[in-house]
Write a protein that binds this ligand. Sequence first.
Ligand SMILES: Cc1ncc(COP(=O)(O)O)c(C=O)c1O
Length: 475
Amino acid sequence: MSATINVNQNILEMEYAVRGPIPQKAAKLKQEGRNIIFCNIGNPQALGQEPMSYYRQIISLLEEPRKIARERALKELFEESTASDLRNDDFIASEILDLSEEILAKTGKGLGAYTESKGYFFVREAIADFINRRDGFAPESGLLADPEQIFLTDGASDGAKRVLDLLIAKETDGVMIPIPQYPLYSATIKMFGGVQVNYYPDEEHDWALNRDALESAYTQAAEEGVNIKAIVVINPGNPTGAILDEGSVHEVIAFAKERGLAIIADEVYQENLYGGEFISFARALGDEKSVALFSLHSISKGFYGECGHRGGYLEVRNTPMVAGTALNFVDLLLKQASVSLCSNTVGQIMTYLMVSPPNGESSVRQQFATEKEEVLGTLYEKAVMVREAFKKMDGVEVFGKTGAMYLFPRLNKLPAGTDDFGYCMALLEETGLCTVNGSGFGLKNHLRIAFLPSKEQLEEVLPRWVEFHNKYVKG
Ligand SMILES: Cc1ncc(COP(=O)(O)O)c(C=O)c1O
């Protein structure tokens, strides 16, 4: 018999539904030869989304810099030759070659060396410029993003973990999270031994955040002895897909100010809007200096979907001082980041490319715009297809504007004795569609579907889902 070992109880007890029993069952069915459509996670390229050529061409040249000179030489040969069948656009554009050289020079020794613990300075500068452009911060506004308050991370999950790790100091320290929520937050709070304090966006009013809901969650937890330190907001939402209106964003800021809370703004879906408007917390905060803000962004979502490359950033505004010390929170984030040396360099460069899209009228810029439009346009069409299918399902309602990559319908007519977990399992077994039950995000009688499979796959599976559903709810 092998020896036993005691482990961190928090990790033993934490749960992570998007990779939980339903997806595990789906993986097993797939192994047995079933055709499974994985809609349990926002992992676009796993479902066939093409990467942006611009990002991949540059990354490949940075990884193998000798190819830059080789590409130039080949192109010269082609231009001198009359016998070739090749066309100009079979070669990597000079603009990409020049830019790759420029980036390479900025990295110093290329992608194989550790960087500063906060990440490459030139990337942090580009992120600051991006935030200033996005939020309309003028030089004299006093609101400009500061590269020294920005950390490159291995994805937004890493950024969230860093902040929560520092914030949760005692087992009575609490963090407010929306329900339904992305399980990164519940799992991480559990991992660091803090208290999860649930608040409830108003489903029937587009998942808006109102003050009463925030106050009642706060007061109840405070009465139970929880010392609440921060509130997490996910905008656009996961799992709801909902885009927060301006009123909700301001409501959170006013609440955080009054209660002395930091805000953790998870804004990884800021490009997935399909016509809605994104209001960043940085912009809404404006010159309000008393509320600490931690904003997260990532290369995993948007139209780029570079989940596997693990890149993103954390921006801190209104950095608080650390009680009992002369240090501020960013000093401590730096200390913490130093232990891992730096985040991965490809993720850092991907983040650089995310915040510095090509501009001007070049063919590179045109190709970029075409690919971007194609990805976002198709995502929206697929969301509409799924929404249309819901209309044919008995007792299914879905609220909020479409954002992110998800729909989170309410199942109003589950037969007595059944629940959303059973429904999703049966749906998987019957149709091969792998979704996640609402309870996995903290809200029963719902499910989440990521609208990422191809249109052809959806065309094939949606009628079967409608048929399954209407039979299931009859009991
Ligand atoms: C709201 C939200 N935050 C963070 C993440 C994780 O992002 P990353 O891949 O950058 O760690 C996800 C992934 O689905 C998400 O939905």
